[in-house]
Ligand binder design. Structure first.
Ligand code: PLP
Length: 431
């Protein structure tokens, strides 16, 4: 098939394609698979009950009275479902006093769709040369990696690694932003950065950038007159899978991206962007060309939960505690599987739905480990894909970690971690 450069770029093998394929195949396979690889949120029964009730409520009535029918049968404008946007404006002003209006919000088909737009708006070819998106703390979300239409315009900064305790146990570490490296980056000084972006909490590590780190990134972005994009897919106020003290800040130079996926509605494909009006207009224009209008299904389920703040209650009382419990279960199992192996360290679990495990000095790369484990029916994600915008050829740490989902039921965690333990022990032993 003779296809364009664009076609070639977007059909080549990518980390995200492998990840989504593994996820889909595992869900459709008859063979038991310990699925610790994907980013699918957990099925939390008490939360699902609420969504089911919302779905039932939305079907009530007929014609224009039926919210479900209205949303299913009519396009919104390219900015997104008007009632949902109004509900979100009131919600964010009520909780954060940001003074936003509907001109500050656009909806997208999942936040992945928003990142595709934003990275191509602020990264790529400009009149004064190429600009990249600066990712201040590698490793970062694998889904960013291949989003540029033309080339790859990311620059990542390797982390500072601090060893620490967690819950009175040693064997943990935390990544911190290396501000010396960041502030001295030639591309930043030479006006070759179009935006700064970080996920908070971070996929894959579960790190939560501190308020101080965020304030410093905010200052750097303002000083260089470029936006700071904050990916809040796991953040406040929903799904609020954050176990540290952290505040959410917004102003005109910040682009906040939210998602309904990790509250447990990944299939409704709803992303929410809060930004200054000219960015919202740009996103609406992109929506018109790429999608005509964003999907309204999520809006029909969630608008009432935004209006009555039930979304906060679900996040704080059900979703966050569920993932904290899963993190503790997985840590307990990992500590058991790797007792006597101090080389194995876990990133401090501060949020999100993953654990990030470091096998220091592992004799093989975790890409090879992934392949061995996949053969044995356990899926994890090897670390190198997450070092977006970094040349990892001389950076061993980037090949020594794995991301493991904690969204799965306890028995899957147990079997999966047992399999990882057996294989990794064998690999260390062989040397
Ligand atoms: N950002 C992060 C950090 C994610 O982990 C994900 C999905 O896993 C996304 C964005 C995209 O999510 P969605 O398009 O479902 O909103």
């Amino acid at each position: 098939m003779n296809i364009s450069k664009f076609g070639k770029k977007f059909t080549q093998n990518s980390g995200i394609l492998q990840l989504m394929d593994d996820l889909g195949n595992a869900l459709n396979s008859n063979k038991p698979v310990n699925m610790l690889g994907g980013g699918n949120p957990a099925n939390i029964a008490s939360v699902n009950d609420v969504y089911l009730q919302m779905l039932k409520d939305s079907i009530q009535g007929d014609g224009a009275d039926s919210v479900a029918l209205d949303c299913a049968s009519n396009y919104s404008n390219p900015q997104g479902d008007g009632k949902f946007i109004t509900a979100l404006v009131d919600f964010f002003n009520r909780h954060y006093d940001w003074g936003i209006t509907k001109d500050n919000i656009a909806l997208t088909n999942g936040s992945q769709n928003a990142f595709f737009y934003l990275f191509n708006l602020f990264g790529g070819a400009f009149d004064d040369g190429d600009k990249s998106i600066l990712l201040p703390l590698a490793p970062e979300y694998i889904g960013y990696a291949d989003t540029h239409i033309d080339g790859k315009h990311f620059i990542g900064i390797n982390p500072r690694i601090e060893l620490c305790d967690y819950d009175n146990q040693d064997g943990f570490f935390k990544y911190k932003v290396d501000f010396d490296a960041l502030e001295n980056l030639d591309a930043l000084k030479n006006n070759q950065i179009g935006a700064i972006c970080c996920s908070r909490p971070t996929n894959p590590t579960g790190n939560v950038l501190t308020d101080d780190e965020m304030a410093r990134l905010d200052n750097i972005a303002q000083a260089h007159n470029i936006p700071l994009i904050i990916d809040n897919a796991y953040g406040m106020p929903f799904p609020n899978i954050i176990h540290t003290k952290a505040n959410l800040v917004w102003h005109d130079n910040i682009i906040l991206c939210f998602s309904l996926s990790k509250v447990g509605l990944a299939g409704v494909r709803t992303g929410i962007v809060i930004a200054k009006p000219e960015i919202i207009k740009a996103i609406s224009s992109l929506n018109a060309i790429v999608n005509l209008a964003p999907c309204r299904f999520g809006a029909s389920i969630v608008t009432p939960l935004i209006n009555n703040d039930k979304i906060n209650e679900l996040s704080l009382q059900e979703i966050r505690p569920f993932y904290l419990k899963q993190a503790h279960t997985a840590i307990h199992l990992l500590k058991h599987a790797f007792k006597d192996l101090p080389q194995v360290k876990i990133h401090k679990p501060e949020g999100a739905i993953f654990l990030w495990i470091w096998f220091e000095n592992l004799p093989i790369s975790t890409q090879s480990l992934y392949e061995i484990l996949k053969e044995k029916g356990t899926l994890i994600i090897p670390s190198e894909h997450f070092f977006v915008g970094i040349d990892t050829s001389d950076y061993r740490h980037a090949h020594e970690c794995i991301r493991m989902s904690i969204a799965q039921p306890d028995d899957v965690l147990e079997k999966g971690i047992k399999a990882i333990g057996e294989v990794v022990r064998g690999v260390y032993k062989q040397g």
